[in-house]
Ligand binder design. Structure first.
Ligand code: PLP
Length: 497
């Protein structure tokens, strides 16, 4: 056996890293967070080399005199963020940070860009014009960082490795609830990344959040129940509710999320909420309020529709477990989407039903076929199964963090205290307001400088004057340089010298 600073080699290939962090029970952060952070920082700094294997859970627990659960929780978080990969009977392998970061698939490739930006009547002129524009469009993701080659390979494998005898027939209609393997992979993913413990048969897959809500209203017959909707809240969902003539009460948003006292006073039996990143205002609902919301649902014999659309992307703080993770009384219907963490173009989202709803879901969805192509589901499943998904999310978290920083720093530098930024440090958008000036004016002035912006007021059921001042800046689709330049242009347009 040979050894260097943190690594010992057993036999000719196994490389087990040794870890001896100082863990302190007196600190506010739980031990598993301290351990997770220690390993993450050691991997990022290169002290723990890629290809190395983390010590076995039992061995590390003994070594540090901590419980196996603590080690398991820390490893689980590292796994969810892609710092390690789990091998069957092979333990946890440290992933190559730099290599991944600069891999050919990950790099901004001309081919991937041109493919993704292809216009129906695309010409180089259109491409050049697009390049000179600053599109702060909410919904755009970092297409330039998308691992297109890996995705293409999974798409191709989905077809070429297809065997007619396979348990899941991708050439037919497929399972009406969604690809069984993908549902299992999603169940594992939400457990690791969102703390949600669910079985694959609680999940159904569908083509986006609006479709998910329609299915809940229509097939699961929730439309008969009185709804509460955040004010402001996601227009995409409000449109579906009003399109189905639902009885909807708007409940105000306070600085820590939905006003639960107001909800308690209302006659609503279902509340649609975005607790992990309120849309569009951006706050995170604190644990006390989450518990009160769950209590409201239990007391009312009601339901909560949790939209967890972009919670993978929190910058500077730990991911917050979802409301569903606290759902002891089986009251939360959880909605997740691949539109932020993966690709909006894949049109794939999923719903996790409370356990008690499984028979009803089986019964009601029997009459519908799945809205997502089985071939696409197979490709997404392969992408997850091969470990690309976890790595991709971890990489994108850094990409969006850098973009978020660039955007907010540029706003501070070029606009200073003339503007108000609203939004916690997460997700892919912020709201911006110049007190006293309307969003319409800001958008028009921005357009004159090649900046594309959108008003946020549509997310209010009844927008007041302040609401009409907010513009929404999506920052997912532009790199740091372009964001900085775009903000500089906006500052020139809004505050001419
Ligand atoms: C609040 C909210 N929920 C969900 C989504 C995702 O919707 P979909 O799954 O239809 O892409 C978005 C995206 O814009 C959103 O802002």
């Amino acid at each position: 056996m040979k050894s260097d600073r943190n690594v010992s080699y057993k036999g000719d290939r196994k490389l087990i890293v040794s870890i001896t962090p100082h863990l302190d029970k007196k600190l506010d952060d739980p031990l598993y967070v301290q351990l997770y952070r220690y390993i993450r920082e050691s991997v990022e700094s290169g002290k723990l080399p890629s290809g190395g294997k983390l010590p076995a859970i039992r061995a590390l627990a003994q070594h540090l005199s901590i419980s196996k659960n603590t080690v398991e929780a820390a490893y689980g978080q590292l796994l969810a963020e892609g710092y390690v990969e789990s091998r069957e009977r092979g333990g946890y392998l440290i992933q190559p940070i730099e290599e991944l970061w600069h891999s050919p698939a990950a790099a901004v490739s001309e081919t991937s860009l041109s493919l993704l930006n292809k216009q129906p009547y695309g010409s180089s002129l259109i491409q050049r014009e697009k390049a000179q524009r600053y599109e702060f469009r909410y919904g755009d993701i970092a297409f330039d960082r998308f691992p297109l080659d890996l995705w293409k390979s999974c798409l191709s494998q989905a077809i070429t490795e297809y065997a007619p005898s396979a348990p899941f027939d991708i050439l037919g209609y497929g399972d009406r609830f969604g690809h069984p393997g993908l549902r299992q992979a999603l169940a594992e993913y939400v457990y690791q990344s969102r703390g949600v413990s669910c079985a694959a048969d609680q999940i159904f897959i569908c083509a986006g959040t609006q479709y998910a809500v329609s299915m809940l209203l229509q097939a699961m017959e929730l439309r008969r129940l009185p709804f509460a909707m955040e004010e402001p809240g996601y227009n995409g969902v409000r449109t579906v509710l009003s399109g189905m003539d639902c009885n909807v009460t708007s409940i105000a948003i306070r600085e820590d999320g939905i006003d639960v006292a107001e909800l308690e006073q209302s006659d609503a039996a279902v509340a649609y909420v975005t607790p992990s990143h309120q849309f569009p205002l951006g706050m995170v609902m604190p644990i006390e309020k989450r518990l009160r919301l769950l209590k409201w649902a239990s007391g009312k014999d009601g339901l909560i529709l949790e939209d967890d659309y972009d919670s993978e992307f929190r910058y500077g703080s730990r991911p917050i477990p979802s409301l569903k993770a606290l759902d002891a009384d089986d009251r939360v219907i959880y909605m997740g989407t691949l539109s932020k963490a993966f690709l909006p173009g894949v049109r794939l989202s999923y719903v996790i039903m409370p356990r008690g709803f499984i028979p009803l879901m089986r019964d009601k969805l029997e009459a519908y076929s799945c809205s997502v192509s089985p071939m696409l589901q197979q490709a997404v499943w392969l992408f997850m199964k091969q470990g690309h998904y976890g790595r991709h999310v971890r990489r994108m978290r850094r990409v969006y963090h850098a973009r978020y920083r660039a955007l907010t720093e540029a706003i501070r530098q070029y606009m200073g205290d003339r503007v108000e930024i609203v939004g916690d440090s997460s997700g892919m958008h912020v709201l911006l307001r110049v007190p006293g000036r309307s969003a319409d004016e800001l958008i028009r002035l921005g357009e004159e400088r090649g900046c594309l912006l959108f008003a946020a007021a549509k997310h209010w059921n009844e927008p007041n004057e302040e609401a009409r001042q907010f513009v929404m800046l999506g920052f997912g689709g532009m790199d740091e340089e372009k964001l900085t330049e775009g903000v500089r242009k906006l500052a020139q347009a809004w505050f001419p010298a």
